[in-house]
Design a protein around this ligand. Sequence first.
Ligand code: UT7
Length: 329
Amino acid sequence: MRAIISAVSHFAPEEKLTNADLVKLVDTSDEWIVSRTGIKERVILDKDKGTSYMAAKAARSLLEQRKIGPDEIDLIIVATVTPDMFFPSTASIVQHEINATNCWGYDLLVGCAGFIFAFITAKQFIETGQYKKVMVIGSDKMSSITNYKDRNTCILFGDAAGAVLLEPSDDNGPGIMDYIFKTDGSGKNYLQMPGGGSLCPASPESIAKGLHYLQQDGKVVFKKAILGMVDTTRKIMEKNGLSNEDIKFYIPHQANLRIIESAAKKLGLKKEQVVINIEKYGNTTAATIPMALSEIYQAGLLNKGDNIIFSAFGTGFSWGSIFLTWAME
Ligand code: UT7
């Protein structure tokens, strides 16, 4: 028996934040943003709504797609770095929202690799035989921690949620096959939100210094992201005897088009193998991979037996790649 994806969905808010909008806020241009990042617009959630709102929308879509009731869900894992609040967990809020009365849930706070880490955590619960239906949701309201006066970061991020339902298969065929993950905490200072935790609780000083906003050294993260994603993707392909021709879709975390294109080039993948939607959404952190998967599923591009690789890199540093074979008809 293997864990398989039995439903996939996403939710993207309607309000757009275009490059033209950002030009009004910081010293930048559409030409710079498109050429350096590939991003044309992002979607932004209403100020009065939190990450759980998007997560619950994606969760409800999973239930509708799979035609099951919320009481059938055993476990909800929400990957996010922008929980509604530190506690209770966003998973608790989603559980209550969708009325999933027979389950438990928790958040996993990893960042851009959050969805893939949560996904493999969920796989263990299925493959030990413990549970039959686990929801994995990647949801981030990045606009809530973005400094719209900092041109280095505000051009990059957007808000969205993506979700999958994992269930056991009847056989040892298609499903979630393998993964390679890494964490290297020596990179902890290059991408962080320094304020608001136990080390630096909120104070007038922390607010004045902008410590409750995401901060990153873009150049360092850029280089490490390419190296990390290429390394774990190569290794997982070698380990599983996969050649480039065996891969239908490479679904990378969407942080910067140049990161994606450089990684794909180093891996020798063709354009049609690489799933890219960053131009519409920017970097939605934990949501990028399930959202990209959901879009190609909705477009009818996935067939049973297709080999897929997920790959992500982000804060921590934490990164990795997953190999799966699509199991739905
Ligand atoms: O996966 C986890 C998250 N990862 C990421 O978010 C991605 C990481 N990094 C990146 O995407 C890229 O490094 C950035 C898009 C953030 C920056 O691109 P870059 O090609 O590395 O540019 P840079 O930082 O080297 O900046 C080049 C120039 C600088 O000016 P000077 O010093 O050469 O005069 C920047 O001040 O571009 C300037 N710049 C901008 N100019 C116009 C930086 N941001 C902007 C901007 N508009 N928005």
